[in-house]
Design a protein around this ligand. Structure first.
Ligand SMILES: [Zn+2]
Length: 194
């Protein structure tokens, strides 16, 4: 099981021994946990321990099992908890979630940049078609610009400053109403005209 492998990779036998208060001498030996041992005869290597007295041998998990009288699974859980390691599944889920968050953030930033460019265009349009006299009828482009400008600014504000639930709802709405291709199209048309 990969949880065992992850723990064995993350925690060496001497690290666990030190953490659990086993006295280790300068040659990396301690008194054996598996037989009555007056002089240190258990050698702690990084990956395994070995007793020169009783030939007991094992890894960091079996060491922890013996120390605390646990099953292998319990020992692995204890090591994971004591050394701040998440079980591999949790790590995998966290990585997937991180990637999803990343993609969501990228998408939000993309929509925001589209919105802001459209807002600039609409502002220009509004200015260009604004009535010059109080009795002049409104130009259709002026009316359209005002309408969309207000809406786009609102959406842009939500995406920039909204609570995560509002941002999520806004993004859902944007996708549902196919707003992204529309926003892209306006920019393309604008580019062709310039
Ligand atoms: Zn021994």
């Amino acid at each position: 099981m990969s949880i065992y492998r992850n723990i064995k990779q993350a925690v060496s036998v001497p690290q666990a021994a030190a953490h659990y208060g086993i006295h280790v001498d300068r040659s990396g030996k301690c008194c054996c946990l598996f037989h009555q041992d007056k002089h240190p005869s258990m050698k702690l290597n990084d990956d395994y321990y070995y007793c020169f007295g009783c030939q007991a041998k094992g890894d960091v998990i079996s060491l922890t099992e013996k120390l605390f009288d646990l099953t292998p699974r319990e020992a692995a859980q204890k090591l994971a908890a004591d050394f701040g390691l998440a079980p591999s599944e949790t790590l995998k889920q966290a990585a997937v979630k991180k990637a999803a968050n990343r993609a969501e953030k990228d998408e939000r930033e993309y929509v925001l940049s589209l919105l802001n460019k459209n807002i600039d265009i609409l502002r220009q349009m509004k200015e260009n078609h604004a009535p010059k006299h109080p009795d002049e009828p409104f130009h259709v482009l002026f009316v359209e610009a005002c309408k969309y400008l207000e809406f786009f600014q609102y959406v842009s504000d939500v995406l920039s400053f909204g609570h995560s639930a509002d941002v999520e709802a806004a993004m859902k709405y944007i996708k549902k109403t196919q707003m992204i291709p529309l926003l892209e199209k306006v920019l393309e048309v604008k580019k062709c005209r310039n």
